[in-house]
Design a protein around this ligand. Sequence first.
Ligand code: PLP
Length: 461
Amino acid sequence: MITNHPPTAELQAIDAAHHMHPFTAGAELAQKGARIIKSAKGLTLTDTEGHQILDAMAGLWCVNIGYGWDSIADVAARQMKELPYYNTFFQTSHVPVIALSQKLAEMAPGDLNHVFYASGGSDANDTNVRLVRHYWAAKGKPEKKVIISRENAYHGSTMAGASLGGMQPMHAQGGLPIADIVHIGQPNWYAEGGEMTPEEFGLARARELEAKIAELGEDKVAAFIAEPIQGAGGVIIPPATYWPEIQRICDAHEILLIADEVICGFGRTGKMFGSETYDIRPHIMTVAKGLSSGYAPIGASIVCDEVANTVAEAGDFNHGYTYSGHPVSCAVALENLRILEEEQMVENVASVTGPYLKEKWEQLADHPLIGEAQIQGFMASVAMTPDKAARAPFAADKGTVGLICRGHCFDNNLIMRHVGDRMIIAPPLLMTRADVDSLMDRAVKALDLTLAEIRDKGLYA
Ligand code: PLP
């Protein structure tokens, strides 16, 4: 903890001069200066100017249990004193990584009984790429190596993670995607469904997977990867027909299914895992974020018996990170999971505060600026539009209106994120009804101010 620091303006200048921020235009940062967060408790952040900000994004969708749990700090300090670091390479292990692996095997659905650790979601997805290709090679099918993903997916920022992702601005930087990763359409009915019903569109988009497998040849395809609900793509909740059809296709064509649960895992959708909400039976689940609620960096691939046993029998899996199974992160994750369960936070999402948030959030669809309000558990989005009936995007640059709205949220001490012209939330899971009221008041005010501003600017007829 740094208690003695320069005043905000000076911190901002130093930050802009020396800190390269992810996903941030450096010149704009230098001009505006960062908002500097100093402390946090529950749902509330405090910045260096003393503003109290309601964090409706749980950091980066990760602080599932909320900020400020002392017992996590105590566990981390004890673990640092006892064993701050040891690796899990070759034939070494330690108590926290063993206990966490047992816990995750108990929690994860089906026979997902084996855990390979990373430091976050991106590198866990890199592991998945190597793991599924290695698995098929061990089965005598080395040519089965293509991984099918989806446009507008987000699977991380490493070379493999960003290649699995389907975000064009990311592919445009660094020569992506890497070889043998291909993409099909996303189940975003609002933006791309045209005249189809959501159910028809869900089936059509799922069947693109079957068409892609036929085009490439079943003997070439290793796996399909997808988020149960696309998060960073804008909280795109798939039509009800989508996942059952995807599951059928993976089963029918001997394709491994990877559920990227980095956002959906650990309660966000109202069940422990998004795979349970949508009845998906993955061979591998990617987890991170809510695994430690962001209190320490950790990610993992949770792997089914068949894949893990095949790989184990094939000899060394030549893959691992210095921080795979870091003891402090594992101890923190265990304490986080204890709190998540003891405080019944998943139940809170499913049946206590969750239904109230759903009722309030869906009312946003009546706002003149909103074309669609989607919510599942504690992840939700609204699509802003100049023409509700046509589900039309704004003529202004994609994201202009979203940025305006995000600014009004910020000015009203609310963190909502914008993805193009969608506004999204993923708040900590301990929200109460009073927190929901406060969030909704600020969100509606921000939408009203956005509408007034874009009318003034001629962006809304
Ligand atoms: N996968 C999904 C679904 C994510 O949302 C993210 C991050 O937002 C990642 C992977 C990457 O995780 P990390 O940022 O921990 O590397």
